[in-house]
Design a protein around this ligand. Structure first.
Ligand code: SAH
Length: 348
């Protein structure tokens, strides 16, 4: 049997061509395309298509092949976490957050991850595979369908390393930017990387004004290596050089993510060291109290310690914010729900 084609992996032109082969007129492709990007991924629900066509669509195509198997809604702030099952049984997570400026979704780019960051819930499970463009789209479209409202912002801070699935992520960004799809501005998209230096430089040359976040989490290579194995491949200096090069080429600010881990990277001396290293560059620092993941022995820094770290950066004129923690009652931090589900299933 032929594998079904995923309509979300195809452009409108490709869908039109495939439809023609099945005897469907070009306007049908436009109708289906419109349904898909309004969040309707179920052919049976596409009410302006003839019944036989809906059936035939189901025989030949899928639309993302993703099913929401669990949804958790935070009682504290309304953050929603979705556990999504892919056509092959693998699981990823997506999160919806509401801000004063609109809805933002946090998407996964891979099933698992091979970067091995020691504080991360996804690292111990390793990488299974990359997600396709269609699977990334299905995450955001399923959420659109669930809330019935427009999503204005997209961040890649779910499971996976976006720059380890570079081509699909770039194709996805360009797809959701199109006026006839989700029309999301490049400036409202953020890609986060643990520091794959060659891809940062490629990204600088893409010519799309998407925001770049770097998971830095350390003031030097020695500290970085303790929690992030990627630092052994591309060291701290190379990483910051690439970020400065990116800022020079794009004239865009780089955001440094810094998860504060008690007694590992949170001392005022480290804050000073970091400030010295990034002073005068086009950047912003986001401080995040680390989320304690079961099986690791990393604890959150205390509030006074976080404030002290922040003050040192401010005194050195580095723009800095402490990120608000959302959905803390629903394990909204990436990877935790998937991991728990996999572990529960193993027990059965
Ligand atoms: N692989 C990409 C994006 C996914 S993770 C990257 O590394 O940037 C999104 C962010 O969450 C990254 O900054 C990552 O370092 C951070 N992160 C992972 N586990 C965390 C935890 N337990 N507590 C706080 N931040 C964490």
């Amino acid at each position: 049997m032929n594998k079904k084609q995923d309509l979300l992996d195809m452009t409108l032109e490709e869908i039109t061509e495939a439809f023609e082969k099945l005897g469907f007129q070009p306007f049908r492709a436009k109708q289906v395309y419109k349904w898909l990007y309004s969040g309707q991924l179920d052919f049976e629900q596409m009410s302006n298509l003839p019944k036989e066509m809906r059936q035939k669509l189901g025989e030949h195509f899928t639309a993302g092949g993703v099913t929401v198997i669990k949804k958790l809604v935070s009682k504290i702030d309304g953050t929603r976490k979705y556990l999504m099952k892919l056509h092959d049984g693998n699981i990823v997570e997506s999160v919806l957050m509401k801000y004063h400026y609109g809805y933002s979704v946090c998407l996964s780019t891979q099933v698992g991850c091979r970067m091995g960051c020691k504080f991360c819930a996804s690292a111990p499970l390793g990488l299974v595979r990359n997600l396709t463009v269609g699977e990334m789209l299905a995450q955001i479209l399923s959420i659109c369908n669930d809330i019935g409202e427009r999503i204005s912002h997209v961040v890649f801070m779910g499971i996976g390393e976006p720059f380890d699935n570079y081509d699909n992520v770039m194709a996805f960004l360009r797809r959701i930017n199109r006026e006839d799809t989700l029309n999301i501005s490049f400036r409202k998209m953020t890609v986060s990387t643990c520091g794959i230096v060659p891809r940062i430089l490629d990204f600088a040359h893409e010519g799309i004004p998407v925001n770049l976040s770097i998971s830095l989490h350390a003031p030097n290579n020695q500290v970085r290596e303790r929690t992030m194995p990627v630092a052994r491949k591309w060291n701290f200096e190379e990483l910051l050089d690439a970020c400065n090069e990116y800022a020079k080429i794009t004239s865009r600010r780089v955001t440094y993510e810094y998860s504060l881990i008690k007694d590992v990277n949170d001392s005022p001396e480290y804050a000073k060291m970091l400030a010295e290293r990034i002073k005068g560059t086009l950047c912003h620092v986001n401080l995040i109290p680390v989320n304690t993941v079961e099986g690791t022995n990393f604890d959150k820094s205390t509030r006074p310690r976080i404030e002290e770290f922040k003050k040192v950066l401010e005194d050195n004129h580095i723009p800095v914010t402490v990120r608000r923690e959302l959905g803390s009652d629903i394990m909204a931090a990436c990877g935790q729900l998937r991991r728990n589900t996999i572990e529960e299933n193993r027990k059965v």
